[in-house]
Design a protein around this ligand. Sequence first.
Ligand SMILES: NC(=O)c1ccc[n+]([C@@H]2O[C@H](COP(=O)([O-])OP(=O)(O)OC[C@H]3O[C@@H](n4cnc5c(N)ncnc54)[C@H](O)[C@@H]3O)[C@@H](O)[C@H]2O)c1
Length: 266
Amino acid sequence: MEQKLAGKVAIITGAARGQGAAEARMLASAGASVIIGDVLDQQGEALATEIKTSGGKAEFRHLDVATEEGWAGIVAFAKTTFGGLNILVNNAGVSLRVPSMIETKLEDWNRLMSINLTGAFLGIRACAPLIRDNGGGAIVNTGSIAGMTGHFATAYTSTKWGIRGLTKSAAMEFAPWNIRCNAVHPGIVLTDMVGESADFVEAMTWMAPMQRPATPEDIAKVVLFLCCDDSGYITGHDIPVDGGFTDAGAYRQVLLRVMSKNSRSL
Ligand SMILES: NC(=O)c1ccc[n+]([C@@H]2O[C@H](COP(=O)([O-])OP(=O)(O)OC[C@H]3O[C@@H](n4cnc5c(N)ncnc54)[C@H](O)[C@@H]3O)[C@@H](O)[C@H]2O)c1
């Protein structure tokens, strides 16, 4: 692979598995030294070993994104191990598909907020000065199409809409530091997060004009683009990677329904 991130250092959160792991492999293949931050120690260590065995540079560091101490630790680790930082990918997240606001418990709301949204805020606050001191770089936040449309899971959708505001604030504040900040918004992606919900995956796939779920690599390619100079004049943006779900899904269903009733007119 072209070494678009040669000499760069990246922290990727929630990278022990799923999309974060695909992003760690892809950024390492593009030449970055990758710090895998996650609460899943065994899987994180195994991934770091896998990347190193195949010739890349990677280290695992235990990180709970919801804690200030966790961020202080990983930032210090980046400094001492790799001499600084250029890239932060806020990917860690948890979901909760409770289809009722009334039934959403405060403790669940607070848990999702602390990991999905506060975690990204703490990460940006801790890492931006280090990225600045290295001459600038890129931050990529992970939202969701649940943050681009009305959605049934109150807590999850609220965290992902929050990611969009955080992204735009960071883009504005850190442009003078030569730091770009964008958000990637996956549609349905085949990872452990949705692994036990075959009906949900099927329904989400049916709504997407491309008629297939995303692979973690589909998302990782866009994250790589947003981290490297190919996207050097893009900041503050929301990039859906959803097979057309958000912008072309609803009217496709309207069309299919009308066509099935009357093939000659709409
Ligand atoms: N899978 C999908 O369909 C989908 C769709 C849209 C957005 N997303 C988002 O993509 C991101 C990645 O999810 P995924 O699909 O790879 O799911 P996943 O469950 O496989 O991965 C999530 C990772 O985050 C880690 N994590 C959870 N809490 C953490 C914490 N407190 N500190 C550090 N790490 C923590 C987990 O250990 C795990 O490795 C999430 O932000 C998720 O909300 C997923």
